[in-house]
Design a protein around this ligand. Sequence first.
Ligand code: HEM
Ligand SMILES: [Cu+2]
Length: 552
Amino acid sequence: MIIGQIAKGERKLALANLGFAYAAFLIGTLCGLLQVFIRNDALTLPGWLDYYQVLTAHGLLLAIVFTTFFIFAFFQAGMSRALGSFGPKVLLWNWIGFIVTSLGTLLVVIMVIGGQASVLYTFYAPLQAHGLFYVGLALFVIGTWIQGFALIGHYRVWRKQNKGQLSPLFAFMTVATIILWVIACLGVVAAVLFQFIPWAFGMVDGINVELSRSLFWYFGHPLVYFWLLPAYMAWYVIVPKILGTKVFSDSLVRLSFVLFILFSIPVGFHHQLTEPGIASFWKFLQTVLTFMVIIPSLMTAFSMFATFELRGRELGGKGLFGWFRKLPWKDVRFTSIFIAMAFFIPGGAGGIINASFQMNEVIHNTLWVVGHFHITVGTPVAMTFFGLTFWLIPYLTGRRFTKALQKLAFIQIISWSVGMLLMSTAQHVLGLMGAPRRTAYTGYAHDDALAWFDGILSNHVTMAVAGSILFLSASLLIFIVIQLWWIAPKADVHQVESFPIASSDASATPKFLENWKIWIGIAFVLIAVAYTIPLADLIQHAPPGSGRFQTW
Ligand code: HEM
Ligand SMILES: [Cu+2]
């Protein structure tokens, strides 16, 4: 059997990560299906299973486990493609990191299934899970750091051998994403190690709730960029290759990734706009910094559409929009990602609403927010990952993405789009009317609240239909994954799948863009400006710590 250009070690490593990702995806989407039925009283769970337990599993398995494992599979396969095969040490540390991440995940999942940790994926204090849940979280993060540093090790070897050169774009973007992730995790690691673990194991009596939430959101916002940047990597370097062209501008991509590192971290307070204990000034400062992220986001949108138009015209597209029809719509590897990008347009616009100090009051903790993240992480990110899966698994297993499978893939992405469009529109509308998120019950006694669910879109049946379409679509994806992994015909020499990376002309790119010391330095200055005083306030003027609450 012919396996792409990838060495056996990295191949197995990436597959191991993908296996975890898709197992989490299957269970997580099943939880989503249960949720839409429970929320409208169409389904009653057995006594041993609780809505909030299911919701905790859903959030963790999809937003944390599926994404992270997928991202590392993508990084490992891509770094080996971009910089050459891993040395034995790099490979070993990647495996060690993978094993620690997996053990952490298993511990967390066992605690959630065992009913010991129905604290939702944000694990807000004073809800208290079993201590081992937090130990699992810590292991998870440490494992990802080990994998991340192992990949950076691989990058450093390359740089030593290629002194004075800019690294290939894929490697640059991988390193930028890992830097962002490591800095972001500092907050959650501090909260877990110094607050939650001592508290959950009874070493201290109380917990500083507001501090723990602030440390969580110091992590929680850049977390969304940890999901998004790998999707942007696919948009920036893989899509142009599929289109048969090159990267629009090497320096634009590098600059935008650097800006994401700078402006995605010192902004966590935009999730805490309704919370007491943080002075308005700091909330305001962080919302202003939040808006800075619009710059690299629009840079990304601009260069994507520039790539599409230039390529479409090269292929003979005429007039104002003729180029659009020339794009390779019949190639699901492209179409999936195009749809993912299209979903991100309302997704990003909604994000601007969420982050606006005043408008946040209207949508805070309503179903609007749930609608929002299903059209950001749930579709743009997730569907970009689906689009990658269609060639990444064949690349790793040496099998063929046959015409028949490609047809199924189209059904899969279209059904996912329809399901998400229905579900998230309903959630946005219900949220504007005031329907809260994270509630098992929606049949409130008050007539005004019941009337929310009378709309054509915002009705229970629509939600149930949407959730069912989504789960069927998820099952179809799992079917495709299984085919590509074990069953599809093996590729012969001419059909071997490759890892598509577009060429990028770095000849005019300023070298300082790859001087990480500068960017990490500025990132920490911004973090210090945005966080030092308010966090010091939260510590100095802390109320008595809160005791434990277990509401389930
Ligand atoms: C079968 C597909 C899916 C369905 C039917 C579904 C359904 C839902 C529903 C109804 C909720 C709201 C529950 C509530 O607030 O009470 C929810 C929450 C959530 N979903 Fe999904 N979802 C799906 C896929 C996804 C995907 C792919 C992701 C991310 C990659 C995702 C991430 C989340 C997150 C982070 C929450 C918030 C959990 C919390 O509030 O703690 N979902 N989902
Ligand atoms: Cu945020």
